[in-house]
Design a binder for this molecule. Structure first.
Ligand code: GLP
Length: 241
């Protein structure tokens, strides 16, 4: 595991964007595993900037997103579909047919999870998976639990995640209670993983993930078993390590 200490959020975003950009330049038809949340916004903004300067081309890149709220229509400004278009896809030349996000409007969880597992398989595996981390150690929407969920599954969000994500919604009651998430096996099968974190609110989660026991109670702790993880985080997020 390589850990890069960034000066601040901007520096974290630039350093992480450099890693994504190197991946796309080395393998123009790579598969990027993409994350949502506020942490990767700066990475996407930086990549858009480099795309506009002609430094990076996404025309052959494929993407698979980690997760999506269940029950939110795509056009809802809180759906991850909307987020990805707003923060990244509309600013670059990735082909819409090459981007994949779980369909939050499919009510049949079994059907949607099976479909998304096939999607992950059909793109041929993830070259570089970007991950944020929840304050409770979740990755994607793999919440703390009794066992690591292997493949795409429907998750009942924990109270702490609902609380944390309510900052994006008008009312706490508007936060969906369920989500579809890529599983731990799919994440761990990515060839490379890029974990990003910023701010003191992530310090406990980062300590537990990187230095604590490997346990499904801290889903991100499984990353200790992956052989190519790069962490880019600011000093505040790494303050307990
Ligand atoms: C959400 C997402 C995660 C993300 C986490 C942290 O729950 N499903 O993928 O890593 O929030 O988000 P933020 O970066 O906004 O702190």
């Amino acid at each position: 595991m390589r850990i890069y200490v960034a000066k601040d959020y901007h520096d974290m975003s630039r350093k992480a964007a450099n890693i994504v950009s190197a991946q796309v330049i080395m393998k123009p038809n790579c598969v990027l595993g993409l994350a949502t949340g506020s942490t990767p916004e700066g990475i996407y903004a930086q990549l858009i900037d480099w795309y506009n300067k002609g430094d990076i081309d996404f025309s052959s890149v494929k993407s698979v997103n980690l997760d999506e709220y269940k029950g939110l229509p795509r056009e809802s400004d809180q759906s991850y579909y909307y987020y990805m278009n707003e923060h990244f896809f509309k600013g670059i030349n990735i082909r819409p047919e090459n981007t994949h996000i779980p369909n939050g409007m499919e009510p049949d969880s079994e059907k949607e999870c099976a479909r998304y597992n096939r999607v992950i398989e059909s793109v041929g595996g993830i070259d570089l998976q970007i991950l944020g981390i929840g304050a409770n150690g979740h990755i994607g929407f793999n919440e703390p639990g009794e066992a690591f969920e292997k493949e795409t599954h429907c998750v009942a969000l924990t109270e702490s995640t609902i609380e944390a994500n309510s900052r994006f919604f008008e009312n706490r009651d508007d936060v969906p209670r369920y989500a579809y998430s890529m599983g731990i096996k799919s994440i761990m099968q990515a060839k490379k993983i890029l974990l990003v974190a910023s701010g003191a609110g992530k310090a406990d989660a980062m300590y537990a993930a990187l230095c604590g026991p490997i346990t499904p109670a801290v889903p991100a702790s499984i990353l200790q078993l992956h052989n190519d993880v790069t962490v880019v985080a600011d000093g505040a997020a790494l303050s307990k390590i």
